[in-house]
Design a protein around this ligand. Sequence first.
Ligand SMILES: Nc1ncnc2c1ncn2[C@@H]1O[C@H](COP(=O)(O)OP(=O)(O)OP(=O)(O)O)[C@@H](O)[C@H]1O
Length: 529
Amino acid sequence: MNSPQSIPTPGAVPPRLQLVGITKRYPAVVANDGVSLTVQPGEVHAVLGENGAGKSTLMKIIYGTVKPDEGQVLFDGKPVNIRNPQEARQYGIAMVFQHFSLFDTLTVAENVWLGLDKRMSLAEVTARIESKGAEYGMDIDPLRPVHTLSVGEMQRVEIIRALLTDPRVLILDEPTSVLTPQAVDKLFVVLKKLASQGCSILYISHKLHEIRELCTACTVLRGGKVTGYCNPQEETNASLSRLMIGAEPPALQYREVKTGSVVLHVNGLSLKKQDQFGVDLIDMRFEVRAGEVLGIAGVSGNGQRELLYALSGEDTRAAAHMIEVAGKAAGRLNPRQRRQLGLHFVPEERLGRGAVPTMGLAHNMLLTRDDAVGRGGWLNIGKLQVHAADIIRRFGVKAGGPNAPAKSLSGGNLQKFIVGREIDAKPKLLIVSQPTWGVDVGAAAQIRGEILALRDAGCAVLVLSEELDELFEISDRLHVVAKGQLSPSLQRADATLQLVGEWMSGLWNADVQQHLAQVEAENGGTQHV
Ligand SMILES: Nc1ncnc2c1ncn2[C@@H]1O[C@H](COP(=O)(O)OP(=O)(O)OP(=O)(O)O)[C@@H](O)[C@H]1O
């Protein structure tokens, strides 16, 4: 099917990519409804829309992993029928997925190699990952098995893998959701360079400032339909929000902190790493009181994962007294026993750890909630469904009802459901990793608001995040984690980007600073003061 939009002017350079009238229907929803979009060579084009608007579906259609019901894709002005990712790669299309598509048991290099259609030897790929990783500021050890990586590290692998294909069209579906600000800056330099060399980039992000900095064109989707085009560099965050959700996100209501008793006491937690790529936890000491939010900042892969496992009960090697929950020694308790003490937990991986992909949302409630389990273990399915439907309503989750499989939800909607399930449990202690990963600006404001409401109601909240803006917004106090050690506590008012940034490299410790100064002096450089 052709439309006037799809016929290039004779002699003119045709658009690199054109979508014309793309429609994709799922049983419960029309994910894309007659979507048209044009990307020029060298253009960085944003696709903007709230959670569930249909962005990922559209990108998967370009990459050949989803087949459209109607519509036409044109590449360099010619109609194409891309049936799978191999064919997409032959056209020079590369994609960084929102949900990582890495094999857990293979190494980084093997994963990258698999995505490169094997024109290079594994040794060559290994060397290129090292050199490109250093060039892009995304160092990663090519020999590490993927299951030992943090989500931030997995995101780096996905990006390096896509960049190594020298793409002509690069699709990035929320590539920065768990990257640090420094890594994002470096990525943007790389992307701008690629675009200046003629690569077209399709960029999906809920971070509006990123879109304004990077993109010169933008297509806005709402409910599967295109609702507008704009140049993000001529917009503000507020006007982009209005285009996307019809409103600006509500401002957070921050009330002064009134803390109560200590709910989580981590008392000299030291743990040896469980595999060679892990991080030793070294004498960690902190507490979280009822009615406060404690944030832990840090570059992913500095012990956050190990700390989360030790706190949730997935790792029970700590001595009992090293972790006290509500005054009880909890280091050896399993996750269920810890839940009985009032500890609820949102893990960093939402598919797999936070939810079982093939199970319906109602059944996914059972992972952490037993409200619908009666005497003798009988399950009250009706109650379970009503409960799931409540969470769907309260948190504005777009899903085809309480029985929709977790994997059928858009990324942001699944995150809203998982966070909602744990907040709804009215925990005494809530531990959340990356609370607003992939959720749109409206939903992010809602989740942060709900976290603050929990804290105002006397819950102790521990938030681990790489997003400093988010931590500054909701935390009453902050620690920084680096190389398995925890910095001293900082009051919210004393936490500046610069200070926290320095501490993220471990520079809070006088000994460390002195050592660095000495090394620098020995190398003939100027000394730190
Ligand atoms: N495999 C599937 N089966 C059923 N429904 C699906 C499937 N994939 C997507 N959908 C539905 O299509 C709609 C669009 O989803 P999509 O993932 O494209 O949204 P999105 O704009 O990328 O959202 P987010 O910002 O949360 O990632 C959603 O309502 C989603 O539930």
